[in-house]
Design a protein around this ligand. Structure first.
Ligand SMILES: C[S@@+](CC[C@H](N)C(=O)[O-])C[C@H]1O[C@@H](n2cnc3c(N)ncnc32)[C@H](O)[C@@H]1O
Length: 226
């Protein structure tokens, strides 16, 4: 499939320490997308552990925190912005995290390359909001990716999304609520207004909160097969 990422992929200048991490550490954990065909998720870790995927992890704070809290899970991070990848590698090295794999590419290509039901959790936290109407088609959460999330989650698996853009929150719900296999977990307003305790904050979220922008947190559960 065509791979095209909007926005920055690289900062103008990377510090030498970050360049070292990209040269030495990234090859140990990087998963390259095949030009054709799919990825066999069983090859990502030496055992058949449940897999979690974070799309657009930014600086990797949430992904690293989840990897540290869940050493029995395999965490795949997908992020095309190389400086963010280097930041995650720094966190992984400092915390000696051994359960991370990184895809430096367009998440849509990764989603297409993965087989049905291979993920236990998917996180899409504060994706680029693209607020202008003419840019809405760039949003990573849309009806096509909503169908992919449902396909990739195992029964009982969870999709977590967050945004500080109320227009995007509505668009997320419009894309996800019609997907028969996904069930929104909110029962009361606090369920989407408050971040659950097992959901570490992200850098973008902290900026949104400092600027006084409220955030929306959405959790969907993949229904069991009838
Ligand atoms: C607004 S930032 C949020 C980063 C992080 N999740 C946070 O909350 O701090 C959105 C992130 O999505 C990444 N991104 C943009 N397009 C993407 C794509 N097609 N696939 C994967 N990640 C993408 C960007 O590089 C950026 O790091």
């Amino acid at each position: 499939m065509q791979r095209f990422v909007y926005g920055r992929r690289r900062s103008k200048r990377l510090r030498p320490g970050r360049r070292r991490l990209l040269a030495e550490r990234l090859p140990e954990v990087q998963v390259a997308l095949p030009e054709s065909g799919g990825i066999d998720p069983r090859t990502l870790f030496p055992d058949a552990r449940p897999l979690w995927l974070e799309i657009g992890f930014g600086g990797g704070e949430h992904l690293a925190a989840q990897a540290a809290a869940h050493p029995d899970r395999g965490l795949i991070g997908c992020e095309p912005y190389v400086s963010g990848v280097a930041r995650l590698l720094a966190l992984a090295e400092a915390q000696e995290l051994a359960n991370l794999r990184i895809v430096v590419d367009d998440a849509r290509a990764l989603l297409a390359a993965l087989p049905d039901g291979c993920l236990e959790r998917i996180f899409v936290l504060f994706p680029d909001p693209w607020p202008k109407a003419r840019h809405h088609k760039r949003r990573i959460v849309n009806p096509a990716t909503a169908a992919q999330f449902a396909r990739l989650l195992q029964p009982g698996g969870e999709l977590r999304l967050a945004t500080d853009d109320m227009g995007y929150a509505r668009a997320m719900l419009l894309a996800l609520l019609p997907v028969r296999d996904l069930c929104w977990q909110a029962e009361r307003p606090a369920d989407w207004r408050m971040r659950p305790p097992d959901w570490p904050p992200t850098r973008y979220e902290e900026k949104a909160q400092s600027a006084g922008r409220p955030c929306v947190y959405l959790r969907f559960r993949r229904r069991a097969q009838p």
